[in-house]
Structure formats: structure tokens, C-alpha cells
Design a protein around this ligand. Structure first.
Ligand code: NAD
Length: 437
């Protein structure tokens, strides 16, 4: 997945190209193609009319901007940013902003599309959007990062708004970056905390938002374990990615008595068959911004992590990690997709044949956008919920969504992923018929 970031930063990106090719599939599908194959599979089951099928798959609006930043060296560097609004038939566009050297139009469009289905699966009143800037933020100073963030928001300002499109954090963007975004938007529009979610609590962020995606992942694991008759107390888990989603998922699994035997981040990771000390690893990774340097366990590479025998495997880093080749070597009972788009269609077929239950991303990691919805609702009401209310409401929504998806999967004898798509398509199609047809 490595690409030459510096050569791409200044390149002009053609709107319709199939970018960066084999990022998500051994068969050569782009993430978007892969996703739309999953959509079509479910649309066939629903019997969706051809015109609605096209309408629901196509994005509403795509914005590609240049962001000039004066670097500390005095040089002007131009970064490329995207905000893609996929569908807003059920509510304002909603989706995170990613800073990564692999960001391109195709990836952002796939992630925007995924958000429309995700918000529909958990039945919250939002549509789907995504943003991204092609940059390796590790290479920027704090001043450069702030300038880039403010520059990006000032360029996409005309299409976002608290009732139009509400960004949030994603890979390499955090609450500090959300605070800069809110501040920049406020310069033109006045005080407006509802313009982004995932803000610091002191600025109107919701209690429980930081942990929400990982917590939601674990709520769905608890439900799936009941169906698998998997005793979580004696179960083992491996988590790939130790950022916001991965570290919280690992912590909540650890608190339930699951032995988390492997964790990795971009630097590699660690293995202990007796179970790792997750709170200590979180302390280490918070202090040093990497897992690297921890000395109390054996080392584990990212490749090994996905192939480690365990009960529960949680991909919580980037997309496209389960190619067919990797899938053949996966040895677990349950995959909980904390990351967006981690499995190719071919990998999914292999998991099904192997009897591995997959909790799909559009259900599994929807806890983040669900608490973003709570944050937005609190901002609009100028009111604050306590953390117990946030977590209780989150649990209600995640367990209800799991049970609705599981029911469809059982009745129609289809995978949880196809069932989640069926549910999402039915909800979006109903709203579209009511609004526009
Ligand atoms: P993050 O930036 O906080 O963490 C990303 C983690 O992945 C880091 O530990 C990083 O070291 C690791 N990583 C990066 N590249 C890697 C590689 N090549 N191999 C192994 N590990 C690698 O990001 P996050 O917010 O935790 O997001 C992780 C995933 O979850 C993404 O797919 C994101 O789209 C998805 N997601 C996030 C949220 C959210 O609320 N943050 C919600 C839903 C889905």
C-alpha cells in the first residue's frame, strides 16, 4: 500500500479514474467497486428497481481542493483535499476526515458511500460523506498541521454546515484538529459547535465520544458471541491497529475478561499467549505515540497478527487488509470490523466457507457516528448528557441494530454483511421514494 506521497501531492487527479488500483482486492477491484459489488448483491435480494439502484450508488457532490501551506522551511507546499457527499436522503451528510498519504478520490468516495449505509443500519438521522487530505501528518509540525486544517476547512466551508454536512475525526485526525475546524468555520459563521463532532468536551464534545467506536465494536462482539455460544471470559483476541478504535476495543475486551493476546500498530506490535497488559500498552502508546519500545512481550508483525490463531480478530487500522490470500490463512471464529472496508469480496467468500462470522464495518464500527449523533443533538439543544446516558443509549442502538441485521441474515440465509446492506438499502430506498419519486 506504499505510494510516493511527495510525487502525488502535486499531481492533478482525474475525477473518474480508478485510482491506485489494487488497494482493496486481490482480484483488482478498487474499494468502491468492491463496495458496490456488496451493494448489488443486497439490491438483488431486495429487488431494488434499476433507477433507484443507480441513484443510491452515485455520489451527490464531490469537491476536490488544493490547500497551499507555507511550510516552516519557507517553501509553499500544495496539498490535495476532498470532501465527497454521497447521500443525504435520511439527514445531513455525516462522515470523518482522514489525513493520510494514501488518501485519494476513490478511497474517499468509497468511505463516503459506506457512511450512507452505516448511518442507515443504525437508523440515525444522517446521510453519508467523507473527507480526506493526502498528507503524512507525522511529517508536519504542529503549526503546519494547524495551517493545513484551517486551509482545508476554508476551502470546503461552502458545502458543510450543521444542517448540511458535519465532519468528524478519522485516521490521523483527533479532537484537537476538530477544535481547529470548529474555530475556522466559526470565523465566517459565528459560534457553531454543531459543525463538527468528536470535539474536546470543553468545546461541546460529548462525553464518551472518544471511546464510542471501540465500545460499539465490543457491544457487537458481545451480541455475536451469544449466537456463537462463545464464552468471552476464556476467549482470545487479536487487534490490528492501536489508535482510537483499536486501543479502546482492546481495552473493553480486556475489561470483559477476554485475553487480548496480540496488538499491533503501524510500527508492528506484541504477542503474549497469556494475554497482554492492555492498560499498560495504552499508557505506553499514549506517552510515546507508538507501541514500539514496549519490552514486556514478544514482538508481532502486522502480517502475523492477522494470521494469529484466536477466537476474535479485530482489524482496526486501514482498509483492504483481508485480501483472498490473507483470508485463507485467518484462524478465528469471529471477525469484528473496527476498520472501514477491511475485507474484499473474495475474502468475505472465504470467511463464509470457513465458517467465520464477520460483523461488517457498517454495523460493527457504527458506535462512533452514533455518539457523534448524540454530540450533534446536544449541541443543537445546548444541553449536555452525562456519560452513563451516552453509553446506555449507545448500547441500545448497537444491540438493536445487531439484532435487526441478525434477524434478516437468519431469515434470508445470508451473511451479516449482506443483511446489513439489505437493511440500509431498504431504509434509504423508502426515504428516497417518499422524498423524490
Ligand atoms: P487512528 O489514526 O486513531 O489509528 C489508526 C491505527 O492504525 C494506528 O494505531 C496506526 O499506527 C495503525 N496503522 C496505520 N497504518 C497501519 C498499517 N499499515 N498497518 C497496521 N497498522 C496501521 O485511527 P482510528 O480512528 O482508530 O481509525 C481506525 C480505523 O477505524 C479506520 O479504518 C477508520 O476509518 C475506522 N473508523 C474510525 C472511527 C472513529 O470514530 N475514529 C469510526 C469508524 C471507523
Amino acid at each position: 500500500m506504499t505510494k510516493n506521497a511527495s510525487s502525488r501531492k502535486l499531481s492533478v487527479i482525474e475525477p473518474q479514474r480508478e485510482s491506485h488500483q489494487v488497494k482493496n482486492s486481490a482480484a483488482g477491484d478498487s474499494p468502491l467497486k468492491s463496495l458496490n459489488r456488496q451493494f448489488d448483491l443486497a439490491a438483488d435480494i431486495v429487488g431494488l428497481e434499476p433507477d433507484l439502484r443507480e441513484l443510491l450508488k452515485a455520489p451527490y457532490r464531490e469537491l476536490h481542493v488544493q490547500i497551499p501551506v507555507k511550510m516552516d522551511s519557507g517553501r509553499l507546499e500544495i496539498f490535495h483535499g476532498y470532501r465527497i457527499q454521497h447521500n443525504a436522503v435520511r439527514g445531513p451528510y455525516k462522515g470523518g476526515i482522514r489525513y493520510h498519504q494514501d488518501v485519494d478520490r476513490d478511497e474517499v468516495l468509497a468511505l463516503a458511500t459506506l457512511m450512507s449505509w452505516k448511518t442507515a443500519v443504525v437508523d440515525i438521522p444522517f446521510g453519508g460523506a467523507k473527507g480526506g487530505v493526502c498528507v503524512d501528518p507525522q511529517k508536519l509540525s504542529k503549526r503546519e498541521l494547524q495551517a493545513l486544517t484551517r486551509g482545508f476547512i476554508s476551502k470546503i466551508d461552502l458545502i458543510i454546515g450543521p444542517h448540511r454536512d458535519i465532519p468528524a475525526p478519522d485516521v490521523n485526525t483527533d479532537e484537537k484538529i476538530m477544535a481547529w475546524m470548529m474555530d475556522e468555520y466559526g470565523k465566517k459563521h459565528g459560534y457553531c459547535p454543531g459543525i463538527v463532532t468528536g470535539k474536546p468536551v470543553a468545546l461541546g464534545g460529548s462525553l464518551g465520544r472518544k471511546e464510542a467506536t471501540g465500545r460499539g465494536v465490543v457491544f457487537t462482539i458481545v451480541e455475536a458471541a451469544k449466537h456463537l455460544k462463545l464464552e468471552l471470559k476464556n476467549a482470545t483476541a487479536v487487534v490490528q491497529g492501536f489508535g482510537n478504535v483499536g486501543s479502546h476495543a482492546a481495552l473493553f475486551l480486556h475489561e470483559l475478561g477476554v485475553k487480548v493476546i496480540g496488538v499491533t500498530d503501524v510500527s508492528g506490535g506484541f504477542y503474549d499467549k497469556k494475554g497482554l497488559n492492555i492498560p499498560e500498552l495504552i499508557e505506553h502508546s499514549t506517552k510515546y505515540k507508538t507501541l514500539s519500545g514496549y519490552v514486556k512481550a514478544d514482538s508481532l508483525s502486522n502480517d502475523e497478527a492477522l494470521r494469529t490463531a484466536c477466537d476474535i480478530l479485530v482489524p482496526a487500522a486501514l482498509g483492504g487488509v483481508f485480501t483472498a490470500e490473507v483470508a485463507r490463512e485467518v484462524e478465528c471464529k469471529l471477525i469484528a470490523e473496527g476498520a472501514n472496508n477491511p475485507s474484499t469480496v473474495e475474502a468475505d467468500e472465504i470467511f463464509e466457507k470457513k465458517g467465520i462470522l464477520v460483523i461488517p464495518d457498517i454495523l460493527c464500527n457504527a458506535g462512533g457516528v452514533t455518539v457523534s449523533y448524540f454530540e450533534w443533538a446536544q449541541n443543537l439543544q445546548q444541553y449536555r448528557w452525562d456519560v452513563d446516558k451516552v453509553n446506555e443509549e449507545l448500547e441500545k442502538i448497537m444491540t438493536r441494530a445487531f439484532s435487526e441485521v441478525h434477524k434478516i441474515a437468519t431469515e434470508k440465509k445470508i451473511s451479516l454483511r449482506t443483511a446489513a446492506f439489505v437493511l440500509a438499502i431498504e431504509r434509504c430506498a423508502t426515504a428516497t421514494r417518499l422524498r423524490v419519486l
